[in-house]
Every structure is written in structure tokens, then in C-alpha cells.
Design a binder for this molecule. Structure first.
Ligand code: PEP
Ligand code: MG
Length: 886
């Protein structure tokens, strides 16, 4: 079994096996770029180690062989006392998990080779001892779990003894002394000496990287990013190159385009005389990449050439890590870079213009989650609000919330429903939970590539980094800025696009993309790269998609907005809201009716009100289909709760008031009480049990359609019966409805369809029979999920889903994204058997899943005709339906 690949043996398509970093190092190597030589140990080796607790057979020998050939290539032996080869041992999973797993640098240094390293570096003792102390520190912490603070304290002590706060003031002797202190710390915590044998260092470091796949922060990150837990990480063993060999050395990060806006240009950060981890950790402030041109023109020009080459090769935005060792440029990593939602659209549009990709490919380069982000509101700024600081717009969005300074406090307050902004000098992987809980992240240090910026962008969370006017004091739980002190609990607002920070809560307004969808920004006539790109890609999605997109809307206003957003009809108009407010009184009369006359008079009073509701909706949806669902919830939902009523009656009696009506209501509520109302008298059952109720609604719909048609509009009503489980239920309701419709529409030209929801598992399983009586099906995937799993949709999310997610029983709530194997199977069966019985059967979905990107792809695959979702999700569904079709 092959567990180890030389860089020259891999390529970018082997990410499953070699991880992202390994696959791309291989690709760059084969493109002829200057990559330090090395090899990759596969994710399979990692998985084998994690399941059995030991390295798989054959791995040690393969590492030995690859190490030997690396040594031959470099002309140096690992840890050789005179002229040592040193290697870095780096994690690299299929999906990028920035800073979540481990890396050990300078492997191969020991008491003897440190001298050889100094000679290699031209007699630079300081450098050699600094590298050695870094190895003991990283190795101790990562491989042997020595508490990191111990090393940091020793480093602080050494600096204090020297009267400085800057690492660079420590000379070779100080660092030699520090190495001794580090070794003692190491021995104290591990009960053994720091390993001097280079090969042992290497093996232990590899093992530690394998194990870091299951580090807590990596587990949390994967859950957040929905990365499967069983992929494992690859391990890259790479010949060391040094960016900390003096002023002619350095390290940096570069993007081929701005990952924030998508604009073309040179973006990145550079740090002279430093190692790579220093940049990402945001420990020292970097300089913009352009400044490298002054520092080292030759390397700068070379880097730009490679960047252009990589972009043309990957046909996408690439991000790059590089190191310059005494004037020689080395490429340490590249990948298709993370970017903001806005940049994703802009870049996709640019690449089409440049002829690198076509519009179908552009559709693959963006997604509905990104579009949803672009529809978030923006700050509405007028003279009242002046920024108090300006940092780097690291991840866009507008976030206001209470200031907190620790991850734990962020989690605590967020659990109480508070919006919080996590404020730190810089973040590190231990802040992950707080970053997830926060609305936004604000740091005083670090550039566009700092930990905070990279992780926030990945999460789509608003982030301002490097706002260095902020003086953050975490232990005191406050920061000062512009002469003001901001304490925990005070409100700040941060703009992740401009990098501006405001005190207090800034009001918000619709984003440009929403203005475009609303029709108030004309993409052909404004100079806005984002709006133009969105327009272009949406137009292509619409041209490509096979699924129609409708909306769930219960009012004329919602219907109108959804139509502007591109809805092609209403897939679900819930009529229950039409029984609320002033109309409750009429519902009470209906419920309390003792005679047919009383009931009929209550229904007669409701009829014109309902008719008006429908008229408004049909007008807004002129020419488009409107699916109106007959009333679904149990009627006692429209009555006051039992306890409240009982108290009212008691109080009124006490006062000697006339309580006859309240008592009657109370008796009715008692009578109608159900232990499991969601499985009780609701949906079609109401229509079968309460005479005249459905008839009134059907009449109101038909009369509204006729009225609208007389005014010259086109009404296309579709009456939908909820909660059907057996064809007989539908047949009964339908027979009554058809009589009324025939009478009302007469020769008006109005055509009314009658169909049903498929939301009870039995309906899905007998869809062939039900289709005989239905002109359309609409999958109510909310109830279908509830009943297929036996999960109460109103209770489970807060109660125990966290445990299910933790155990990986599902990766996401089945109420959010369709459970393909279970609920999805019911949908598939019903679609197939329904269509077999009635080929012209219209199929749609109107549960929440209709606006969920993954679910939209599933509904496309199953061959539904449309999805229906809330107005704001309509553009997302259009885009995803387009993506599903290409
Ligand atoms: C459903 O059950 O999926 C549905 C759309 O109906 P409701 O959410 O109103 O129960
Ligand atoms: Mg339902």
C-alpha cells in the first residue's frame, strides 16, 4: 500500500488522498515553481493510525525511503551535525482548516546540529539557537502537551533579564540559555530529555499531526463548517527554508485578487525577517505586499510572475504563502483562495470576461449562501455616526452588539439571545467557539490574513481586524479608543466592508443587492461591479434552471415583494393568519355555535373578509399561479389558552360579573383539548368534521378569482388540502369543493385546480392512489420530516439536536436541510408513483426546505416542477436551481 508520495508524484486533483496543501504543493512542483522538496503522507495513513492507534505496516519504511531521496536531493542529512537537513512537518486536510491542526518546524535540530545550522547560515549563531528554541517550544507543546505558557514565561523572563520586550534583542548567548530553560521545562513535564535523535523527532511529530485531527478546536471547526469527521489529515514533510535569516529574508501571503472585493491587483502582507507562522498569527504588524518591490525587486517580480501563472492555471483566485531566504523566493503553499461573498460574484464575472471560464462555470463558483449574505442589511450612516477607529475590512457585513472580551463570555451572552461583538487584540484557534457565537469580531492587531480575518471570512461572519487605535485590555474587560473607554456590555457597531468601528448601535438599510432585486438599482446603468455580476449570474441561472421558484406568502405585500425578487407564483398561502386579530371573535363564534344557523352566520361573516384577502393576493400575482391552502391548524389555537381562560372566569365570578360567555368558551377549550394537537383535529380533518368551514374558504377563493378576472386580471387559483393521508379524505373534500366552484365560476373563464399537500408519510406511500384525486402535489416537508422522524418540530431543536449533531447522527438539522435518505426517499416515492398514476401531475415543495440550497439540488434531482420559499429566499432558490441544472 502506498502511503507516501513525493511532491513530484501528486497533483491538484488528489486532495482526498494528499490533502489540499499536499495536492497543491505537488501541482506547483510539476509546474516548475520553486517549491522546497518534500513528500506527503496520505490521509489514509492518518485514518489507519486513528482507528488502530498505531502507524500502519509499511509506513515507517516508506518514510525512510522518501527521506533518503530527500536527503540526496538536498545534499544534506536530517540532523547532520555539520550540515543538517531540517524539515517542517505540516498538517493539511482535504478542506482548509486554518490554524486548527498542528505544525512542527525545524525538525532535525539537536545539541550538535545546531552548530552545523549556524555554519550553514554563515556563522549566524543567534539564528541557529533561535531555531532550536522554536523547535523545543513547538515540539513540546504540540507533540508532548507541555503547557505553552511555560515556554512563553521563560521567554518573557529572558527578555526581562535583558531589559527588553523585543525578541530580536536577545542575542545568541541569551537564546542558548533559553534553550537550556526550555529543555528543563520539557524534562519536567514529560519525564524525559528532549529527543536528540532526528528520526525520532520526525516520527513523533508526524504522529502528533495525525492526532491533531481530533483536537477539540478542529472538531468544533469541522462541525461549524460541515466538514466530515472521518477524512483525516495528510502530513507534509518539507525541507525547511528560512525567512528569518536577516533583512534579505522574509515571509508573506499573497492573493491574486482582493479576496474582499474581488478587484484585480496585488494583495497581501509581507513581514521581513520572520517565519511564516508569525504572519498568520498576527503577532507583528505586516507591511502591504507592494512594499516588497522596494525591499527586493527581483523576488517581487518573480512572485508576480508565479501569481499570474497560478491564476491562469487554476482559473481562479489563488492565495499563496511564500518565503524569501536570503534573496531566494520559495513557494510554500497555494490554493484556490477563500473569498467574501461579494468577491465570489465579482471574480466569477471577471473570469468570464477574461475568457478563462464560461457562464456555467461561473454558476459553480458562487452559491446561495453567499447570495443570502449579500442580502444582509447595511449600516445607514448619517452625520450622527462618526467612526472612532478604522481597521481592515476583513470580512464584510454590518454587525452591532455588546462588547465581550473572551470566547466564554461570548458563548454565554449569545446563549441568552444577546448579539455580541468579540473584541480581542488578536484571535487564535482557542477563540473559535466565541467567534461562532459572536455577531462580529473586532481585533486591534493583524492584517487581512490574520487568524481572525481568515476564519471570519470562512464563516461569513463580519470582522474588522487590525484596528490599532484600539487599546484592548482583556483582563480589565475594556478597551480605549479616541479617549473613550468601552467596557464589557457596551454596544459597538462594526462594518466589515469599510473596516470602520462605531460606538453605539448604527441603524441599518437594505443592501445594494436587495435594492437591485427590488428594482431600484438598474444594473445596466450603474457602476457597481457587484450588482452587475449578480445580475449577470442570476440571468444565467434563470436561463438554465428547470425548477420554477414560487414563494410562500400570505399577504399582498409579501406577494408583491416576492414577485419583484423573481417569484413565479405562490406555492403556499397559509390561510390561518386570516383568522387572527379582529377576526378571532368570528372564529370563537364559529366554535361556540350551538345551531346550524349560528355556525352559518359566523361563516357568512368570515366569507367577505377572506374574499378580500384573496382578491389582494390574486391581483399582485396577476397571471401567475397561487396555491391557497385551506385552514390547517387545530381551531383551539385561535382560542385563549386554558389556564388564562380559567383565571379570567374565576376573577370575573369573584367580582360578580356575568361570565356566561367566558364559561362557554372555557368549556369549549376543555372539550377541544388534545394531548398531541399536531396529530389531532387539524388539516383535512377539520374540513371533514366542521360543516361549512372548507366550503366557505373554497367559495371565497373562487369568488375572489372571478372578481379579479372581471377587472381584467388573470387569477390562477390552486386549492390545496393539507394533511391528507388517504385518498378518501381528499375525495370527500374535493367533491364538495367542485360543486361550489362550478357554481361560482360558471362561465367566467376561471379555472381552479384542486390538489393536496404530501406531508403525512402515508400520503407519500399511497401517492399513486392520491394522485387519482389530485391535480397537484405540494410536499410539506416540515410536517413530513416531523412525522417521518417522529420529531416534534416545535421542540426538538433546542432540546436534544445538539447531541445528535455532536454524535454525527446528522450533520445538520433535518428541518433545515432535507434528509435525503429518509424523508427524501418518501418524496421520491411519491413523485414517481404520483406521476405514474397521473403524468400531468404538478409537483412542488412548500416546506422550509424549498429555500435551502442543498435541498433545492435534491428537488431538482427528483424532478419536481417548482420549489416555494419565503420571499427573501427566492433569489437564493433561483440561483441554486440554476446551479443544480448545470
Ligand atoms: C409543511 O408542513 O411543510 C408546510 C409547509 O406546512 P406548515 O409548515 O404550515 O405545517
Ligand atoms: Mg404542514
Amino acid at each position: 500500500h502506498k502511503y507516501v508520495y513525493d511532491f513530484s508524484e501528486g497533483n491538484k486533483d488528489l486532495k482526498d488522498l494528499l490533502g489540499g496543501k499536499g495536492a497543491n504543493l505537488a501541482e506547483m512542483t510539476n509546474l516548475g515553481l520553486p517549491v522546497p522538496p518534500g513528500f506527503t503522507i496520505t490521509t489514509e495513513a492518518c485514518k489507519a493510525y486513528l482507528t488502530t492507534g498505531r502507524e500502519p505496516d509499511g509506513l515507517a519504511g516508506q518514510i525512510e525511503a522518501h527521506l533518503e531521496s530527500l536527503e540526496r536531493e538536498m545534499g544534506r542529512k536530517l540532523g547532520d551535525p555539520q550540515d543538517p537537513l531540517l524539515v517542517s512537518v505540516r498538517s493539511g486536510a482535504k478542506f482548509s482548516m486554518p490554524g486548527m491542526m498542528e505544525t512542527v518546524l525545524n525538525v532535525g535540530l539537536n545539541d550538535r546540529s545546531v552548530v552545523g545550522l549556524s555554519a550553514q547560515a554563515g556563522g549566524n549563531d543567534r539564528f541557529a539557537w533561535d531555531s532550536y528554541r522554536r523547535l523545543i517550544q513547538m515540539f513540546g507543546k504540540t507533540v508532548c502537551e507541555v503547557p505553552g505558557e511555560e515556554f512563553e514565561h521563560a521567554l518573557d523572563d529572558a527578555k526581562r533579564a535583558k531589559g527588553t520586550t523585543n525578541d530580536l534583542d536577545l542575542d545568541a548567548d541569551d537564546l542558548r540559555g533559553l534553550v537550556d530553560s526550555y529543555k528543563q521545562i520539557f524534562a519536567k513535564h514529560t519525564g524525559r530529555e528532549f529527543p536528540q535523535e532526528p528520526r525520532e523527532q520526525l516520527d513523533l511529530a508526524i504522529r502528533a499531526v495525525f492526532e491533531s485531527w481530533n483536537a477539540e478546536r478542529a472538531v468544533v471547526y469541522r462541525r461549524q463548517e460541515r466538514i466530515p469527521a472521518d477524512l483525516g489529515t495528510a502530513v507534509n514533510v518539507v525541507a525547511m527554508v528560512f525567512g528569518n535569516l536577516g533583512a534579505d529574508s522574509g515571509t508573506g501571503v499573497a492573493f491574486t485578487r482582493d479576496p474582499g472585493s474581488g478587484a484585480q491587483g496585488i494583495y497581501g502582507d509581507y513581514l521581513a525577517n520572520a517565519q511564516g507562522e508569525d504572519v498568520v498569527a498576527g503577532i507583528r504588524n505586516t507591511v502591504p505586499l507592494e512594499e516588497l518591490e522596494q525591499l527586493d525587486k527581483k523576488s517581487y517580480d518573480e512572485l508576480l510572475r508565479y501569481m499570474a501563472r497560478l491564476e491562469a492555471h487554476y482559473k481562479d483566485l489563488c492565495d499563496i504563502e511564500f518565503t524569501i531566504e536570503r534573496g531566494k523566493l520559495w513557494m510554500l503553499q497555494t490554493r484556490v483562495g477563500k473569498r467574501t461573498a461579494a468577491a465570489a460574484f465579482v471574480i466569477a464575472g471577471q473570469l468570464v470576461d477574461e475568457g478563462l471560464i464560461d457562464l456555467d462555470e461561473a454558476l459553480h463558483r458562487v452559491n446561495g449562501a453567499q447570495l443570502a449574505q449579500l442580502m444582509f442589511p447595511r449600516f445607514k450612516l448619517d452625520h450622527e455616526f462618526e467612526p472612532v477607529a478604522k481597521g481592515i475590512g476583513a470580512s464584510p457585513g454590518a454587525a452591532s452588539g455588546k462588547v465581550v472580551f473572551t470566547s466564554a463570555r461570548a458563548v454565554e451572552l449569545a446563549a441568552e439571545g444577546e448579539a455580541v461583538i468579540l473584541v480581542r487584540r488578536e484571535t487564535n484557534p482557542d477563540d473559535l467557539n466565541g467567534m461562532i457565537a459572536a455577531k462580529g469580531i473586532l481585533t486591534s492587531r493583524g492584517g487581512k490574513t490574520s487568524h481572525a480575518a481568515v476564519v471570519a471570512r470562512g464563516m461569513g461572519k463580519t470582522c474588522v481586524s487590525g484596528a490599532d487605535e484600539l487599546d484592548v485590555n482583556v483582563p480589565a474587560k475594556k478597551f480605549t479608543v479616541a479617549g473613550q473607554t468601552v467596557s464589557e456590555g457596551d454596544i459597538v457597531s462594526i462594518d466589515g466592508t469599510t473596516g470602520k468601528v462605531y460606538l453605539g448601535e448604527v441603524p441599518v438599510m437594505p443592501s445594494e443587492v436587495v435594492q437591485y432585486f427590488e428594482g431600484s438599482l438598474d444594473p445596466e446603468h450603474i457602476d457597481n461591479a457587484l450588482v452587475r455580476a449578480v445580475h449577470r449570474i442570476m440571468t444565467h441561472a434563470d436561463a438554465r434552471r428547470r425548477l420554477a421558484v414560487r414563494t410562500n406568502a400570505d399577504t399582498g405585500a409579501d406577494a408583491a415583494r416576492a414577485r419583484r425578487f423573481g417569484a413565479e407564483g405562490i406555492g403556499l398561502c397559509r390561510t390561518e393568519h386570516m383568522f387572527l386579530g379582529d377576526r378571532r371573535e368570528l372564529v370563537e363564534r364559529l366554535i361556540l355555535a350551538r345551531t346550524d344557523d349560528e355556525r352559518e352566520s359566523a361563516l357568512a361573516a368570515l366569507l367577505p373578509l377572506q374574499r378580500e384577502d384573496f382578491v389582494e393576493i390574486f391581483r399582485e400575482m396577476d397571471g401567475l399561479p397561487v396555491t391557497v391552502r385551506l385552514i390547517d391548524p387545530p381551531l383551539h389555537e385561535f382560542l385563549p389558552p386554558l389556564e388564562q381562560l380559567a383565571v379570567n372566569v374565576a376573577v370575573a365570578q369573584e367580582r360578580g360579573e356575568d361570565v356566561a360567555k367566558e364559561e362557554a368558551l372555557l368549556a369549549a377549550v376543555r372539550r377541544m383539548h388534545e394531548e398531541n394537537p399536531m396529530l389531532g383535529l387539524r388539516g383535512v380533518r377539520l374540513g371533514l368534521v366542521i360543516p361549512g368551514l372548507f366550503a366557505m374558504q373554497v367559495r371565497a377563493i373562487a369568488e375572489a378569482a372571478v372578481a379579479v378576472t372581471r377587472d381584467g386580471a388573470v387569477a390562477k387559483p390552486e386549492i390545496m388540502v393539507p394533511l391528507v393521508g388517504a385518498v378518501q379524505e381528499l375525495e370527500t373534500v374535493r367533491a364538495e369543493a367542485e360543486k361550489i366552484i362550478a357554481e361560482v365560476v360558471a362561465d367566467s373563464g376561471v379555472e381552479v385546480l384542486i390538489g393536496t399537500m404530501i406531508e403525512v408519510p402515508r400520503a407519500a406511500l399511497t401517492a399513486g392512489q392520491i394522485a387519482e384525486a389530485a391535480q397537484f402535489f405540494s410536499f410539506g416537508t416540515n410536517d413530513l420530516t416531523q412525522m417521518a422522524w417522529g420529531f416534534s418540530r416545535d421542540d426538538v431543536e433546542g432540546a436534544f439536536f445538539w447531541r445528535y449533531l455532536e454524535l454525527g447522527i446528522f450533520g445538520i438539522s433535518p428541518f433545515e436541510s432535507i434528509d435525503r435518505e429518509g424523508v427524501g426517499r418518501l418524496v421520491r416515492i411519491a413523485a414517481e408513483e404520483g406521476r405514474a398514476a397521473r403524468p400531468e401531475l404538478k409537483l412542488g415543495v412548500c416546506g422550509e426546505h424549498g429555500g435551502d440550497p442543498d435541498s433545492v439540488h435534491f428537488f431538482h434531482e427528483v424532478g419536481l416542477d417548482y420549489v416555494s420559499c419565503s420571499p427573501f429566499r427566492v433569489p437564493v432558490a433561483r440561483l441554486e436551481a440554476g446551479r443544480a441544472a448545470v
